[in-house]
Design a protein around this ligand. Structure first.
Ligand SMILES: CC1=C(CCC(=O)O)c2cc3nc(cc4[nH]c(cc5[nH]c(cc1n2)c(C)c5CCC(=O)O)c(CCC(=O)O)c4C)C(CCC(=O)O)=C3C
Ligand SMILES: [Fe+2]
Length: 381
């Protein structure tokens, strides 16, 4: 039942982080996330509290269900008969179970959409390590069809218009929520997940011009998305020269290890000191309004801003925006055409160009304990 337009692929897999769905899930979820990663116990207890504040439920699974529905609706709207599956790294539905089901359903060539737009170990290679571990386990189990499963990962999509354009609209909407008197002077704080400097500096492909520079491809790509959004916002609002900056959130790990800075809360403080009339927080680093957004920004950073007397608002992430679903379909059709030996147009805004389809060896390396990673040049099936 495969469609010529998506051939040779016969399924799409949405691969995400996963999150707890009740108070009893919180501790086992955090154990899954942090196994072998050297996160201090105090940090874990603190992060557990963030989840308990929300009844032990992360919004991320509901958001992935919505995205799944949007992807299915978009594909169906184009008459494309491509089944979409969903599996997670850290919580049910677990990736290994989804792959088992997918193989049993007779799917053989699968495209993977990881819910992370940028090059970096956690958002790219670690998902490929998860794919390798799941495949290896299924093959050891002798799961039907697992030996023939072939997985390819869709390219990083941070500069795809279907990701950037909803962020532009959402930033305009967040500006409109501010009191009129501070709107034109409001500054934009683009936020993303902080990561250790060592992981940022080596992010991207070995031949990426940003690789090895401070922040690597991770920071270079975020600066590009931020610039694209800031420029479009200037055009739409008629306010030129609005100040913007890329800042970080959700730092964990040991305080001795350097992570990307400044933190959003420190940034709000320096903005208040500098006399900024207001700040719009724009979480370009994330695909949905999950816990890092609703706690770290809407709760923690918003409290900080209130203390400082600084008006803030927060832009929504792309979530299940139909333009994002259409972008995923575009990436699927593009990759399928490439796999058939055609040379499709590869849509990307800005100056950096479309990301590579196949991660080369040593792309976004882990800084310790390297593991096999599927769906890249360093995986042989
Ligand atoms: C780059 C990046 C993204 C964005 C790209 C992507 O989306 O993949 C991301 C997303 C997410 N991170 C999430 C949650 C957590 N991340 C943690 C820890 C860590 N994240 C890291 C990086 C990233 N993380 C890193 C370098 C660590 C240190 C430990 C390690 O080296 O792995 C911890 C442990 C406790 C803590 O210390 O915070 C938790 C609970 C959730 C789910 C939210 C929800 O439940 O709604 C999501 C979407
Ligand atoms: Fe994280």
């Amino acid at each position: 039942m495969s469609d010529a337009r998506t051939s040779p692929y016969d399924a799409l897999l949405l691969l995400s982080f996963g999150g707890p769905e009740g108070p009893e899930d919180v501790v086992p979820f955090l154990e899954n996330v942090t196994r072998g990663r050297g996160i201090p116990r105090e940090r874990l207890a603190e992060v557990g509290q963030h989840y308990f504040l929300f009844g032990g439920v992360s919004p991320i699974n509901a958001q992935n269900r919505e995205l799944l529905a949007a992807l299915r609706a978009d594909l169906a709207g184009q008459g494309l008969d491509l089944p979409v599956y969903w599996g997670n790294r850290n919580w049910a539905p677990y990736l290994v179970d989804t792959l088992r089901e997918l193989a049993a359903d007779g799917r053989r060539r699968v495209l993977v959409l990881a819910t992370s737009a940028y090059a970096n170990y956690s958002g790219c290679r670690q998902y490929r390590e998860n794919l390798a571990a799941a495949l290896t386990r299924l093959r050891e189990e002798g799961a039907p069809g697992a030996a023939e499963l072939r997985l390819d990962k869709l390219r990083n999509f941070y500069n795809h218009p279907g990701f950037v354009e909803p962020m532009i609209d959402n930033t305009l909407a967040a500006l409109a929520e501010l009191p009129e008197g501070v709107r034109d002077g409001a500054r934009l704080a683009f936020t993303t997940h902080s990561i250790p400097n060592a992981l940022a500096d080596t992010s991207g492909a070995p031949d990426d011009p940003a690789r090895g520079m401070p922040g690597g491809a991770y920071v270079a790509q975020h600066l590009e998305t931020a610039r694209l959004v800031a420029e479009a916002v200037a055009k739409e609002t008629g306010v030129a020269g609005r100040e913007w900056e890329l800042v970080y959130q959700s730092r964990s790990g040991s305080p001795q290890t350097p992570w990307l800075e400044p933190d959003i809360c420190d940034h709000l403080e320096s903005q208040a000191t500098a006399g900024a009339p207001a700040v719009v927080m724009v979480p370009i680093g994330f695909v949905s309004d999950h816990m890092e957004v609703v706690y770290d920004l809407d709760t923690q950073a918003a409290e900080k801003a209130a203390e400082l007397g600084l008006p803030v608002s927060r832009a929504r992430t792309v979530g299940a925006d139909p333009r994002f679903a259409a972008a995923v379909r575009d990436l699927v059709l593009e990759r399928a055409a490439s796999a058939r030996g055609e040379r499709p147009a590869r849509c990307a805004l800005g100056a950096l160009g479309p990301s590579h389809d196949v991660c080369p060896a040593d792309c976004c390396p882990a800084f310790r304990n390297p593991l096999p990673a599927a769906a890249g040049a360093d995986w042989t099936d």
